[in-house]
Design a protein. Structure first.
Length: 116
């Protein structure tokens, strides 16, 4: 399975971006699709996740601003990011994971830069 992330870029504070992550290959058994981010000098952190049943989870810092969604027909997960802040600047990675992490796939990362 290959994950291709896209949609990053440069945006002013208060702006919006939509990230996409498309999977090629079979994602049978994948039950969680996640977005992580890593800012310079910081550890990678979980931003948002969506389970196969549709349940979603968000980091406190993005609640109310970011929305994760999925299109099962396209094997794609999205991250709609609104009201962006400079502290959202990071490389964003998508991650598809099966139960117990037996299958664990990562995208290449897409850079989001928010200017003040």
């Amino acid at each position: 399975v290959r994950l291709q992330a896209s949609g990053g870029g440069l945006v002013q504070a208060g702006g919006s971006l939509r990230l996409s992550c498309a999977a090629s290959g079979s994602i049978f058994g994948i039950n969680a699709m996640n977005w992580y981010r890593q800012a310079p000098g910081k550890q990678r952190e979980l931003v948002a996740g969506i389970k196969s049943g549709g349940n979603t989870d968000y980091a406190e810092s993005v609640k109310g601003r970011f929305t994760i969604s999925r299109d099962n027909a396209k094997n794609t997960v999205y991250l709609q990011m609104n009201m962006l802040k400079p502290e959202d600047t990071a490389v964003y990675y998508c991650n598809f994971k099966s139960a117990f992490g037996i299958r664990d796939y990562w995208g290449q990362g897409t850079l989001v830069t928010v200017s003040s």
